[in-house]
Write a protein that binds this ligand. Sequence first.
Ligand code: ADP
Ligand code: MG
Length: 763
Amino acid sequence: MLELKNIKKIYHSGENVVALKDMSVKFGNKGFVSILGPSGCGKTTLLNVIGGLDAYDSGDLIIKGKSTKSFRNSDWDAYRNNFIGFVFQNYNLISHQTILQNVEVALTLSGISKAERKKRATQALIDVGLKDHMNKKPTQLSGGQMQRVAIARALVNDPEVILADEPTGALDSHTSVQIMDILKEISKRKLIIMVTHNADLAQEYSSRIIKMLDGDIEVDTHLEESDGNLQDSKFTKFKKTSMSIFNAIGLSFSNLMTKKWRTILTSIAGSIGIIGIALVLAISNGSKILINGKVSDMLSDSPIHISKVVNNSGGFVENTNPQYPDNSNIIVNDPTNRKTPSSHQNIITKEYMDYINKMKVELKDSILSISDSRNLNMNLLAKRGSKIVDIQGVYSHEMPSKKEDFEKQYELVGSTSRMPVEKNEIVIIVDSQNQVSKYWMDSWNLKEDDVKNAESLVGKTLAKLVDNDNYFVKEGNIFRPINSEASKIYDDTNKSLELKVVGVVRPSKESGDNGKVPSAGIGYTSKLEEHIVNKSLNSQIVAAQKNSDFNVTTGQKFSDEAEKKSMISALGGNDIPEELTIVPSNVEGSKQIKEYLDKYNEGKSDKDKIIYEDYSKSIISALEMAVNMASVVLIALAAISLIVSSIMIAILTYVSVLERTKEIGILRSIGARKKDVSRLFNAENIIIGFIAGTLGVGLTYLISIAVNEIVHSQIKQVDTIAVLAPIHALFLVGLSIVITLIAGFIPAKMSARKKPVDALRTE
Ligand code: ADP
Ligand code: MG
């Protein structure tokens, strides 16, 4: 059945040791062969070579007439699993498994169903007299009992050869005899090759004794009749072994369960990195929710601007010229002409103004104020002392016409102030500190004495307003302000409108804080504006300006159509404003106004759309960008902790591999493939990765609760800042598994690569 032909085995550690020199021997298909010989003569080596645990250097091992020269790893694995059963001196049981499981493992590798496995393993244990110990761990058994487990394991796959290396070496003589009896019984059906030091036992039990010396046979009591049939049954291919991933997970799970604390600590190590990333994700997610909810609410009653130019997303128009250009071209920066590829030009039409006027009625309660800006140029003359002066470049703002709106936005300064009502009534706007600027004083040609207090200003005529036709005189193509007749016009109440100061006002506390209303200049009524536009629409200068492509007050050519339009507007030649600012009265109002404005654009071509600048939207997108950027940085930091914890896992896996080398050897000796071994460790790492991931995610949820509690106690408006999204939680568990797998991959590979003999030899 087995034949060794000139087998040579040399060990190359340090100096070369010839363990087997040119050994040839034949074995039959049953019988009890004892191998005797002094220590170091090569007995174990012989068994390992026969059992396929170690490779021979030259010669040939012939199994049922089949040469093993061309055997590949998988053939050897299958050979060990199907054909050979091992019994070792030190039992080699897997300590974290019950004895039943220990016996079952061999069957697991040959892919036998669970029920069948259990039945056969139980029977094998009954056969060796261990019926009552099935569920004990090896450490709970005596030496003789453990050796019987080993024998049961060797027999359970019904191999043809049992190889026993000093099976009684660690047993007392009484127990030794019991083991020998069992082996003797088996040798009636199978071939047993046993190495022993006990010559008496060998003499008593064996059918054949081979004495070895220095790697070769010294004496062989070969007796044909006791050796069974040398004539062989034919060689049949071995069934290939394989451990399913489920069995691998089961085996790993039972291993992890016996080392609960190690497993928990490893998982905690692994979860640290996951917690880091999970917290960053939770906080960035939470802040986005916060920004889109609370912050957006807080910002959303800010003014809605309809400017001449906006960018398409409704935000500010940014300068898109490249920074530090590499050419020498000089660029003229004209803020009134901010056109970028992504910008949109709002052209407010009569139709749109009608739509806005309808809104004033429909959404009365949502609107705090609507102010239009048309850069209206006021022709002003003032009397300072005895001189008539021309007032240029003043700030002016339309005041709310409803009392309640006015009072919401402004408060009166001084006892004599009141809000302007009539077209000839104006107010002077100071800031919250009652200040006016030096520039303002200069533009109005006022001295400090003129503005001592509010009371002294109220009742004064600050200037007189003159119509275009009375103000401008045509000289050739150019219109110039009248100078010579200025005092005549000033005194003629038909030609000029007296502008009387009726009050000094400043922004109210509520609106002043967020800059919703201007805090400088003069305030006039909408009646004044109507008056100016009415008088100007048909004025000569407007008509002339409409027909010229140059500025009729300076003679300068316009650079584009927009500039000309602005000029016409400034001269009061346009009853439609260029820009609008709508101040909502509250958050809800802001929403309604925006909805109303959005509705206008439905079905309009892009060109005709009116897009408002939504400050809250651009602030929110800026905030979101900041959060995203912070998250990237934080995730980079968390990734470092992930790497550190991966290294920890790699080290722990490596230690676990070292610890389990023996188990690897045992598994290999009963036919496990390299693949099965790495699968075993991968399964273990998957389990650890899963535990670490769930632990990390679970702890993050707990930490989030604490973080939210603390933040809420500090900032009342913020309920939650850390919210881990379920999708992120799932992703992180997956990530944890992948990372643990990767970290353990190399140790797992290393352990799988170990030669079975080397693995077995480690203690
Ligand atoms: P025995 O089992 O008869 O005591 P072994 O087969 O274990 O002897 O060893 C035979 C010889 O080979 C001894 O000299 C031993 O030192 C040597 N040997 C065994 N295993 C190794 C090894 N892995 N590396 C180097 N030398 C070894
Ligand atoms: Mg030995």
